[in-house]
Design a protein around this ligand. Structure first.
Ligand code: ADP
Ligand code: MG
Length: 294
């Protein structure tokens, strides 16, 4: 009798826009008591737009955007898409970059017109490239972050030249979904590679009070393991390449339908419409389906 009931559950799941990897997934879905949410592309739309452009130590904003846009052209990250689009709008055609490289959750590097360009987290530029952030730029970075923007530093020839800030939008259903998770007795936690200030701003908007920010991709899985060691049964919701290991580590991995293939492959459930409300539906459905079987 059990398989029939489970198949009903998975069929209903498909109607709700939830793809389930197999009936065995319903058991972990039912037991989940903690839900860890990636920020960019999961709680927010991840379709970012360029908001702040501050150029110093270079000839113009156009020059800054040309170098940054060209270097970011090889990256699939939402930050890169925003910078490339913003740069194209102001610069026109971007120079072709060579020797592109990227470090997950940190930034990109490339050679543009013979100059080695690096774009990414201020701390990464300092530690990996020995590029210090002058006070004027660190002030601009602070203001952009206080406004809820994700801010990155642009450098070339070993010198920081400017700051770019991109802004993201919280998905319209995220706050309602968090409220739904709480009704289901789940503990929501926001987990992001982005900085603390931006993460707190998003968390406040959607009603999450536990935030772990500035986490590198490997660190995301580590956080999940720590929660599990404390006895939590953890669902992780994410979309990015940087979420894949955490999604596979969680008791229940939930991918956004708009997410990267690696995130979807690493997960047990996929939300077709990338709407967090469907994750709440999945958990409610699993509980009621298994309740019927007992
Ligand atoms: P999230 O966990 O919110 O999805 P990520 O781990 O992907 O964030 O990225 C964390 C941080 O790494 C970003 O906020 C940014 O500072 C930096 N970063 C990542 N990718 C890029 C990129 N392509 N260009 C510049 N900075 C980047
Ligand atoms: Mg993400």
């Amino acid at each position: 009798a059990t398989p029939t009931a489970l198949l009903v559950g998975t069929g209903r799941g498909a109607q709700l826009g939830i793809l389930i990897k197999g009936p065995q997934v319903l058991e972990s879905t039912r037991r989940v008591d903690t839900i860890v949410l990636d920020k960019t592309g999961t709680v927010t739309t991840g379709s970012m737009t360029l908001a702040t452009v501050m150029a110093i130590s270079c000839s113009s904003e156009v020059e800054l955007l040309g170098f940054a846009g060209s270097a970011e052209n090889g990256s699939e990250h939402p930050i890169a898409a925003a910078i490339v689009a913003g740069a194209r709008a102001q610069v026109g055609e971007l120079p072709v970059a060579e020797s592109f490289g990227s470090e997950q959750g940190l930034g990109v590097s490339a050679v543009v017109d013979g100059h080695l360009v690096v774009v990414g987290r201020a701390q990464w530029l300092a530690e990996a490239w020995s590029i210090a952030l002058p006070v004027e730029l660190s002030a601009v970075l602070g203001v952009a972050e206080a406004n809820g923007e994700t801010a990155v530093v642009v450098a070339w020839d070993g010198k920081a030249r400017g700051v770019l800030g991109v802004s993201d939008v919280v998905k319209p259903t995220s706050a309602a979904a968090i409220a739904r998770f709480r009704e289901l007795g789940l503990r929501p936690i926001l987990l992001t590679g982005d900085n603390e200030v931006v993460a707190r701003a998003v968390a406040a908007v959607v009603g999450i009070d536990e935030v772990t920010a500035g986490v590198l991709p490997a660190g995301k899985a580590e956080i999940i393991r720590r929660l599990q060691a404390e006895g939590a049964v953890v669902a992780m919701v994410g979309d990015g390449v940087n979420d894949a290991v955490a999604l596979a580590t969680a008791d229940l991995g939930i991918a956004m339908g708009t997410g990267t293939d690696v995130a979807i492959e690493a997960s047990d459930l996929t939300l077709v419409r990338s709407d967090l409300l469907a994750a709440a539906d999945a958990i409610r459905l699993a509980r009621s389906t298994l309740g019927t079987i007992k």
